[in-house]
Design a protein around this ligand. Structure first.
Ligand SMILES: [Zn+2]
Length: 129
């Protein structure tokens, strides 16, 4: 029997597949919430208006690179706007969410989303359900 990986893309029909697979290490409900929490508020969710330096690396390398940028060793991904205005983002290619989800999240930080992740009212209501 073919096993489905938890690392598969979690968009569209594959989300349903995940819900039918309780053998994954984390629960589907937790995972869906995790993906929702990664989504930035609408006003920060747009392309960065400046030079972007993106690195997509393994989770281990994310830890090394992010620590060298001065962020938490527990960060799944990180971003830093340098003095010249370049936004450096480091994204895992084997994280719990698709690279595109981490990319939206970190670019939102480039756009000024504070590190403590304040949310739009509307988004907070969705997550509180
Ligand atoms: Zn963040």
């Amino acid at each position: 029997m073919r096993e489905l990986s938890c690392k598969g893309r979690l968009v569209g029909p594959s989300l349903l597949a995940l819900l039918l697979l309780p053998s994954c290490g984390i629960s589907a409900a937790y995972h869906v919430r995790y993906l929702a929490e990664l989504e930035p508020p609408a006003r920060y969710n747009h392309p960065y208006d400046g030079p972007l330096d993106e690195r997509v690396v393994s989770a281990v390398e994310v830890t090394t690179l992010c620590m060298s940028m001065g962020t938490s060793p527990f960060a799944a991904a990180c971003s830093l706007v340098a003095e010249d205005g370049t936004c450096h983002i480091v994204l895992p290619n084997n994280g719990q969410a698709p690279v595109s989800t981490y990319r939206r999240h970190e670019i939102a930080h480039c756009n000024g989303w504070p590190p403590n992740h304040p949310r739009d009212q509307e988004q907070a209501e969705v997550l509180d359900q």
